[in-house]
Design a protein around this ligand. Structure first.
Ligand SMILES: *[C@@H]1O[C@H](CO)[C@@H](O)[C@H](O)[C@H]1NC(C)=O
Length: 270
């Protein structure tokens, strides 16, 4: 049946596109992209379907695509790095053990041999969110007045070491760093902003009432499908009826239509 195969294809593509989006991702704990020398960090490969079968790889000046071996301790899908050194600065990502093409997007980690780091989000931030940057000195640990820079240009002072970017958009993307007078400058880290998808609506009074109704938030394809099937199944009947009607109109101009045509068009009205 035509309708069945169309339905099957629609469901299949919907399922596949969902699986692709959330296949595998790398999370960092603590969640930041800059570290002082001798700090530790944990990298975790998170997969919705399988809990293992993934390894962390990295590109640094010391080598490319290096597995979590020697430079880190692999435990399941978790890679622990206990004593970071500046040479650990590089790109990190998750890749399946089997060496197939599936991998997560990569993140940049920087290890400072100096005494200042910038604490900024390591994962892309959502468009419209507020993002707080913190400039941290190694000694003393409390926050000192700092200056912030984006792509090499001064963007503002943070009297207590913090600066907040309000309602970020793609124009806020760039390389950020900070400077504490008398202590030094941090490495640079990229902030990426991801576009807000139309489908992911924030909780509002509208969606609360929708959830309370009997038809509570169906997946997108179930909304579109009845309309689609309706068009595929019923539009040929509708079009042929229109043709029939116009043919009869043409034939006996102004005269009453035959009963059969009136019957067809009245059933369509229901
Ligand atoms: C790591 O380096 C290799 C070799 O230069 C390159 O092909 C690959 O794209 C790099 N990986 C990432 C995530 O940038």
């Amino acid at each position: 049946m035509k309708e069945t195969s169309v339905l099957f294809l629609l469901i299949l593509t919907s399922v596949l596109s969902r699986a692709q989006i959330q296949a595998i991702r790398l999370t960092v704990s603590p969640s930041r992209s800059q570290f002082f020398e001798y700090e530790s960090v944990t990298l975790i490969c998170e997969d919705e379907n399988r809990s293992d079968g993934w390894t962390v790889r990295r590109n640094t000046t010391r080598g490319t695509r290096k597995r979590c071996e020697g430079w880190g301790k692999l435990n399941g899908s978790t890679c622990n790095m206990n004593y970071l050194v500046p040479l650990d600065t590089g790109l990190y990502w998750c890749e399946s053990m089997s060496g197939s093409s599936s991998s997560s997007s990569s993140i940049q980690l920087s290890v400072s041999g100096g005494s200042v780091i910038l604490q900024s989000p390591v994962l892309p931030v959502m468009e419209g969110d507020d993002v707080t940057l913190s400039c941290r000195a190694r000694n003393p640990t409390h926050n000192l007045p700092a200056a912030f820079y984006k792509d090499g240009s001064f963007i503002g002072d943070g009297p207590s070491g913090h600066m907040t970017l309000l309602h970020v958009s793609s124009s806020d993307e760039g390389l950020y760093k900070c400077n504490v007078k008398g202590h030094g400058e941090s490495p640079s880290s990229r902030i990426s902003v991801k576009e807000k998808l139309i489908t992911s609506s924030p909780p509002s009074s509208e969606s609360v009432t929708a959830a309370a109704s009997p038809i509570s938030t169906p997946p997108p394809f179930t909304v579109g499908l009845p309309v689609f099937i309706h068009l595929v199944v019923f539009s040929p009947y509708f079009i042929s009826t229109l043709i029939l009607v116009s043919l009869y109109r043409h034939k006996d101009k102004g005269d009453n239509l035959p009963n059969s045509v009136v019957m067809i068009s009245s059933t369509l009205d229901e």
